[in-house]
Design a protein around this ligand. Structure first.
Ligand code: MRU
Length: 362
């Protein structure tokens, strides 16, 4: 996708095998790239959310392992680094998936071959992510097309509501929930996106609005609390989100607030889709509320808001009385019954244990 008209990925490599990331903590106001030279850089980038979004943290962790193998390619190093990277964020299953891929590729190799193999595996994981998300977009676009055709010709653009950021900033390129939006827009369909701000970290306001703006997709920022109201007024044709983990029975963990949107969508007969790569499905668990670990983040994200002040500097302000206790669950679980369908790179499937079975690797 593009930033100021130039094509970019969220994580980029060059011929000299350098790797750099776009620092998402400074978006939308500043576009800053940071070179990672050690696995600790990758670990920090994931922990402090310079990179975030389920697929992207998996890819960043893979590059972290590749950087570690340059310094020490022993079994102990591989094991320690994978364990440390795995501990950075608990909810998105793609982190485990990326690290498992690296361990499988490297485990049986002699240590002298590991650095080169690790780099090539990490590059492959990143390239695959791009192709996967393009396919998610193609499948989602077909679905959008059908819904758009059912709309009265006079009733304006396809109005899509999304939550958090599952666009290209959450992946290497294209994104998951926004990939169909980009493909529909590029194919000439009039499409408009309701962008939920997504408190407390405001990934919708900061990141989704940034990337839609860069691509020229019409969009409107709304407060999280406006979602049900807009659905009730017939102003939303469909909701689409990404996910950090989907259980084998179709329960979906995604950014806090997703569950409320899904409830409002059900009550108002608005279809609610979840777009994910198959690597986001955790086949080892079934009950999302019981089994998906929910990341607890700092209460400061609830009590303070960052932004740009009138002289252009980024700063944080307190929005409640000092020392107000706050709780910050970063994700929630939407039961499968509230999801109209799962859009994946292979197919659009019913979001149920039976529906998901066609996606299960042999
Ligand atoms: O905490 P984040 O920003 O890493 O969370 C990301 C999300 O929850 C996104 O909404 C997304 O759907 C998952 S990434 C595809």
């Amino acid at each position: 996708m593009k930033i100021h008209g130039n094509p970019h990925r969220t994580i980029e490599t060059d011929a000299a095998e350098n790797v750099r990331i776009l620092d998402q903590t400074l978006l939308p106001h500043d576009v800053v790239w940071r070179t990672m030279t050690t696995w600790q850089d990758a670990s920090k980038a994931i922990s402090i959310m310079q990179v975030r979004g389920a697929p992207l943290i998996g890819v960043t962790a893979a590059f972290g392992v590749a950087l570690a193998m340059r310094d020490d390619a022993s079994d102990t190093s591989l094991d320690t680094v994978c364990k440390s990277l795995f501990a950075t964020r608990p909810t998105a299953v793609n982190l485990r998936w990326g690290l498992d891929r690296m361990k499988a590729a490297l485990g049986s190799l002699p240590s002298r071959e590991r650095a080169a193999a690790a780099w090539s595996e990490a590059v492959q994981i990143a390239d695959e992510d791009v192709r996967t998300n393009e396919s998610i977009g193609r499948n989602g676009h077909e679905l959008f097309q059908r819904i758009f055709e059912q709309k009265a010709a006079s009733s304006g653009p396809l109005n899509v509501m999304t939550h958090c950021n599952a666009g290209w900033l959450a992946a290497v390129d294209w994104g998951m929930s926004l990939s169909p939006v980009y493909q529909a827009h590029d194919a000439g369909m009039p499409v408009h996106v309701w962008v939920s701000e997504t408190r407390p970290r405001n990934q919708g306001a900061a990141l989704t609005a940034f990337e839609l703006n860069q691509h020229g997709v019409p969009h409107t920022l709304i407060s999280d609390n406006a979602a049900g109201h807009l659905m009730q007024r017939g102003l939303v044709d469909l909701c689409i989100t990404g996910a950090d983990r989907v259980t084998a029975s179709g329960d979906v963990a995604n950014k806090i607030g997703t569950y409320l949107k899904a409830l409002a969508a059900k009550a108002n007969n608005v279809p609610f889709y979840v777009a994910v790569p198959v690597s986001t499905i955790d086949w080892t668990i079934s009950d999302g509320v019981r089994d998906i670990p929910i990341e607890q983040r700092s209460s400061r994200e609830v009590t303070h808001i960052p932004g740009r002040n009138s002289v252009g500097a980024q700063e944080e302000v307190l929005i409640c009385p000092e020392n107000t206790p706050a709780r910050n669950d970063a994700f929630d679980v939407t039961p499968a019954a509230l999801v109209s369908a799962l859009i994946t790179e292979h197919a659009v499937v019913d979001c149920s244990a039976e529906g998901l079975l066609v996606l299960k690797p042999a």
